[in-house]
Design a protein around this ligand. Structure first.
Ligand SMILES: Cc1cc2nc3c(=O)[nH]c(=O)nc-3n(C[C@H](O)[C@H](O)[C@H](O)COP(=O)(O)O)c2cc1C
Length: 326
């Protein structure tokens, strides 16, 4: 009997010296819980236990490392994710999360400080046993703005006058991260492939090639469109890094199609894992009918994030689903 197409989701993948048990990734999602406190640790332990191969902890500002995030506090959440059987990575935000200064307001001294803070963050992640780090270069935040001609009005060697200059800040961060991590951690990078008013896929593919030379193991391409699953990630496959695709892949068949059509190596399932952390295990064990479905209402995930209260889901409590982490 031919293997069920969903089985593609459950093939292990080895990247550098780490093996993911399957192709399912929990993407970074700010939970409005403190990742060093019991509610945050419980949140990530619960999600890892649901079966993804990799959990990427939410966007976390690099200035926190060495301040309230120390190796011993971070290790508790890493251990919790490992107990659930997943690898643990963390998304590193270049400044305090939530801030988004203009490119022009970022001085060269700021750039130097941010790179130094990335190095400190990586050292602490290494001591805490983290498997990977992901500079956040997507979604119109600071690093993405440097890459984006519509947002980058500088006139120096980080300006948008050339692709080389637009790539510079992201590449400097990745080189510093890789140098600090050596071979001991995976380096990911989240990038938005197309910004209609600013840049297209060709520029992003050129950037990806340089990111890989600088040490990136996994390109986290965010988002794809609602059309063919993984469509926007496809141009990055085969460049030399594993590729994550994300966006509306909660139907297991759509996620498996992205892999089967070789539009990505890994699929990230975001809001659907908030609705039901057991999504991976339920698909694996043929219980997909029992999945508590995300309805894309965005009321208690994005909605709570905007209000600054812990994210949750309107579907919890339905179809046997239950609240996670308070
Ligand atoms: C509550 C919430 C918080 C998020 N926080 C982050 C974040 O910290 N960093 C990031 O790159 N994306 C963030 N995202 C985007 C997700 O990682 C993901 O790309 C998005 O939800 C689309 O995937 P989905 O359609 O499977 O939900 C967040 C999304 C949600 C719903």
């Amino acid at each position: 009997m031919p293997a069920h197409p969903d089985s593609l989701l459950f093939q292990p993948l080895t990247v550098r010296n780490r093996t993911l048990r399957n192709r399912i990734v929990m993407p970074p999602m700010v939970s409005v819980r403190d990742i060093t406190k019991p509610d945050g640790i419980e949140w990530y332990e619960r999600h890892a236990a649901g079966g993804p191969g990799l959990v990427i902890i939410e966007a976390t500002g690099v200035p926190r490392f060495g301040d309230d995030i120390r190796p011993e506090t971070l290790r508790t959440v890493v251990d919790a994710i490992h107990r659930g059987g997943a690898l643990a990575a963390i998304q590193l935000f270049p400044i305090k999360f939530g801030l988004n200064p203009s490119v022009a307001d970022t001085t060269k001294a700021d750039i130097r400080r941010i790179i130094k803070e990335y190095k400190t963050a990586v050292e602490i992640c290494l001591e805490a046993g983290m498997d990977g780090v992901e500079p956040h270069g997507a979604h119109g935040y600071l690093l993405n703005r440097f890459f984006s001609p519509a947002d980058n009005l500088r006139t120096d060697n980080y300006s948008a006058t050339s692709l080389e200059n637009r790539m510079r800040f992201g590449l400097e961060i990745v080189r510093a991260v890789r140098k600090t991590a050596g071979d001991r951690m995976l380096v990911l990078y989240r990038h938005t492939p197309v910004k209609d008013d600013s840049y297209g896929i060709e520029d992003s593919v050129a950037f990806a090639r340089e990111l890989i030379k600088a040490g990136v193991d996994i390109l986290d391409v965010s988002p794809s469109s609602k059309d063919a699953p993984g469509d926007q990630a496809a141009p990055f496959v085969g460049l030399g890094a594993a590729v994550i695709t994300v966006w509306c892949l909660d139907e297991p068949g759509r996620a498996a199609e992205a892999l089967g059509e070789k539009r990505a190596d890994l699929v990230a399932i975001g809001r659907a894992l908030i609705a039901d952390p057991d999504w991976p295990e339920k698909v694996r064990t043929g219980k997909r009918d029992t999945i508590v479905r995300c309805t894309r209402c965005n009321l208690e995930c994005f909605g709570n994030l905007k209000k600054g209260t812990p994210i949750s889901c309107t579907q919890w409590g339905k179809s046997g689903g239950k609240a996670v982490g308070g």
